[in-house]
Design a protein around this ligand. Structure first.
Ligand code: PMP
Length: 476
């Protein structure tokens, strides 16, 4: 056996083998898995914009106007107008002076952290931060101090202990944590940063579009737009596309353009992806009710799950972990749910600490109430069929709106011991097949049908003009 076969056999033995599951159709509320329609309950297409008609049209139109590829890094073959337009819109939306796009959230985090910290500097990182932050810390070669999850006292202590004046210090945190759906204590972190002369980077991957006024994120919800040095976010979740951004002062953005390697050495985001995100952003700004719909759907899902006996808190957070513990039991549960019509991917180590495998459920604004109620019933049945009573699941970590952290429970301490950046959190298995299911304008009722009407108007106003573009090409 060579080392690759050996490692694969080891993963199999531990119940940790991953495989790509083929899903047909867009990331709508329902997808086809192995030809069978199932409710999608694990996508980050939180607002239902990835498959929204207006977003699709904008991407298709952009492909005809500007082509599919950006051709090169923007520092080589130039920034396209559409990149600049999205950056302006995002800066305005996030209340920052400036913004710069990256190829993905992963690239943005490694690029920004590596630019803001180097050998001799110190990064303070929450132990449950996303894998891209962990990798950014590693790449920077800075000293990395991992503080206990959301533990402000531990962060304060760490900052005092590593108070070398001559080095740069950077605090990094997710705002909404991707696997637990809890929120970082951003105000306290900003205060500590100010006190200790550190910069703060907040990753709003799961907050932009989902929290705060008009979906502006957790930083805006806490009123901290002027206190946080860099806000990173992805275009790949609530904004329904692909790519990412960093919002910051003009000076920091200028610095990133000069020093963030994934921006300098990687091809710029593709025009259709950028145009799709622009359309999604304008939909969000025109119709912020989607954010309320997501929040109320999340609460509905949680209440229905609690009704089944799962230990789920009565909050409105859209990420709902059902923590089983053991990876094989989690896979069994995933399979039982799938057979009953609900697709909720099992998440296992190294995406979460050992002993905390789970189904990570996500509500979407495009789910209907009856779909979410059905899902809770299915998950209850699936759990019992998999041999785990819903009441025996582990409760989630701190949920939203708990401003004061209670003393760490035994479970949290165990989590902390096993976590501590020893694992990585990567999205499990998401692979979509060719589009087969058409989007269904009726299913989401008035609100989304209303968007479609706007969409029809927009399409009429800005049809792509193949003739004009061909003339441009000939002229060139
Ligand atoms: N940060 C967080 C918190 C994430 O959950 C993710 C994606 N799972 C990323 C960054 C990476 O974003 P992208 O998918 O755009 O690379």
């Amino acid at each position: 056996m060579n080392e690759i076969e050996q490692r694969l056999a080891e993963l199999e033995q531990l119940g940790l083998t991953r495989r790509l599951r083929l899903v047909s159709g867009p990331q709508g509320a329902t997808v086809l898995v192995d030809g069978k329609p199932v409710l999608l309950l694990c996508s980050n297409n939180y607002l239902g914009l990835a498959d929204h008609p207006r977003v699709r049209e904008a991407a298709a139109d952009a492909a005809m106007r500007w082509g599919v590829g950006a051709g090169s890094s923007r520092l080589v073959s130039g920034t396209m107008t559409i990149h600049g337009r999205l950056e302006e819109q995002l800066a305005e939306f996030k209340g920052s002076e400036a913004c710069v796009l990256f190829g993905s959230g992963y690239l943005a985090n490694i690029g920004v952290i590596d630019a803001l910290a180097a050998s001799g500097d110190t990064v303070f990182s929450d132990e449950l931060n996303h894998a891209s932050i962990i990798d950014g810390c590693r790449l920077s070669r800075a000293e990395v101090i991992v503080y206990r999850h959301r533990d402000v006292e531990h962060l304060d202590w760490s900052l005092r202990k590593h108070a070398r004046r001559e080095c740069r210090r950077l605090i990094v945190t997710d705002s909404v944590f991707s696997m637990d759906g809890d929120v970082a204590p951003l105000s306290a972190i900003a205060e500590l940063a100010d006190m200790h002369g550190a910069r703060v980077l907040v990753d709003e991957a799961h907050a932009t579009g989902n929290l705060g006024p008009g979906g502006r994120g957790a930083v805006a919800e806490a009123g901290l737009e002027d206190e946080i040095d860099v806000v990173v976010g992805t275009l790949g979740k609530a904004l329904g596309s692909y790519g990412a951004y960093a919002c910051a002062s003009e000076e920091i953005v200028r610095y990133l353009i000069n020093c963030a390697r994934p921006l300098i050495y990687s091809t710029a985001p593709s025009p259709p992806a950028v145009a799709g995100a622009l359309a999604a952003l304008s939909l969000l700004r025109e119709r912020p009710h989607r954010v309320q719909r997501l929040r109320s759907n999340a609460r509905l899902l949680r209440r229905a799950l609690a009704g089944e006996g799962f230990p789920v808190a009565d909050t409105d957070m859209h990420i709902v972990p059902l923590i089983v513990g053991e990876p094989r039991a989690t896979m069994r549960l995933c399979q039982e749910a799938l057979e009953r019509g609900v697709f909720a991917q099992a998440i296992r180590p190294p995406s979460v600490p050992e002993g905390f495998s789970r189904l990570r459920l996500t509500a979407m604004a495009s789910h209907t109430a009856s779909e979410l109620e059905m899902a809770a019933g299915v998950l209850g049945d699936a759990a019992r069929a998999a041999g785990v009573q819903p009441e025996a699941f582990m409760p989630a970590l701190n949920e939203r709106h708990e401003e004061v952290l209670e003393p760490a429970s035994e479970r949290e301490l165990a989590y902390a011991e096993r976590g501590a950046h020893a694992y990585e959190r990567a999205p499990e298995l998401d692979e979509t097949g060719p589009m087969s299911a058409p989007f269904d304008l009726e299913r989401d009722g008035e609100a989304i049908a209303g968007d479609a009407r706007v969409s029809a108007g927009a399409a009429a106003a800005t049809p792509f003009d193949l003739e004009r573009d061909l003339q441009d090409v000939r002229a060139a």
